[in-house]
Write a protein that binds this ligand. Sequence first.
Ligand code: UDP
Length: 487
Amino acid sequence: MRMVSVGGQQLGAYRESAGDAAVDALHALASALRGVRVLHLSATPYGGGVAELLRSQVPLLRALGLFVDWKLIAGDDAFFAVTKAIHNGLQGADDTITDAQWDTFRSMSARSAEQLDHAYDVIVVHDPQPVAIAQLAGRGSSLWVWRCHIDTSEPNPEVWQRLAPYLEDYDAAVFTLGGFVPPDFPVARIEIVPPAIDPESPKNIDLGSQLARRVLGWIGVDLSRPLVTQVSRFDPWKDPFGVIAAYELVKEQVDDVQLALVGSMAFDDPQGWSVYSALEGVVRDNPDLYLFTNLTGVGNIEVNAFQRLSNVVVQKSIREGFGLVVSETLWKGTPVVAGRAGGIPLQLRDGAGGFLVDSVEECAARVVELLRNPDEAGALGRRGRELVRERFLLPRLLADELRLYAALLGRQTPPRPGRGEAGFAGETRDPVCGMRIDYPAAALTAVSDSRTYAFCSQSCRHEFLRDTARFLRSDSGSIPVAGNPAD
Ligand code: UDP
């Protein structure tokens, strides 16, 4: 297993963006956990949301006094072809995974398991790629957490049947959304913790518009014309061809509009290459379409500039884990038009941030609306930024992470601040977004099956009522209805 080396970082830098109270609360929380040893296991050091999160979290957890390592599992092309098929299967795709491929998955996982150093108090395993290691290495004296970042609400039954036994040894599982828990999930303790963006990373710092313009000017983007952008891995679930179809419709009404597709390659995502080649074929003949990747140096600063200077950012996902790109964009005050998928509705809600869409036509219509109404676009972007500040900045995620370690290790933590943190098992929490709810003061409730559920917002309540059964799989935050006010 390879250790990922990350630089140092200080929490003081986060006082301006997240506020003094959030940073002070982190120091107080961490005092109960000094010296605790934590290992994060993942598949790739770059490309995609998990790498993004760990790159930011690991140095800060160290700065808070914990011993934290980030290691990568072993893998080759055959292994990552299977793990991408597993990833797709967990998101509901009906690809077949052969017995030989499952053997590849198991034998490569066993190779990583042999190399596992058990000297950690908590081992956090990210996504399906490393999931088998807990069973194959043996639990040892560590506590094991599966951190699932993808939408596993309706997995392909065959894939789920083969994978679920590997989860039986875990002490806890963490999902991004209440509704992501698969049927018959074998881990008793389930937490719901949405991820967050790092306001101090080069991708998200305030570049200033002049510098941002120079960055995009240098790579040949014409900033005198309207620009629509999607930033994401080249993955069918991100629907890049749907984005192009929507763009063609937009162009019928706004004829000088341009589209940029900005994507990164991750070494655990072999599918990225075939999607990229197919896109190249489409883009080649159209001078108003840009296709950029990290392979030609379009990295964090360029992504920052695209998210800042585009008139509208699109994230037309069909399935999505959280979609960090949405919060990244909103943090720059840019409005987003995005697929109603996974964690995206947590970020675009109640008139803040932009619009949720369910089709190519709707996507195009909303983009045109925002291009034609810059005041509306600006107001949505500004409200979106405030929502991100309240909910989706890194210090909130770090606090949730620390409280999870403390809860698993049986450590006492300081009393909780009133709001803005995930509610853990045993507390009253919003069954959709996982936020801790101050009940009975909570104004928004719904009753299902003789239990009362409390919500942080109308959007979450609406999502819950759309598909109640799905959200009940992670239920532990409800209150028996007797004697409680409910609507
Ligand atoms: N990303 C990037 N360069 C790109 C495309 C994506 O740095 O060309 C980053 C993006 O900014 C975000 C992450 O990759 O931080 C993608 O995370 P998200 O949760 O949106 O999707 P995932 O790839 O995890 O499915």
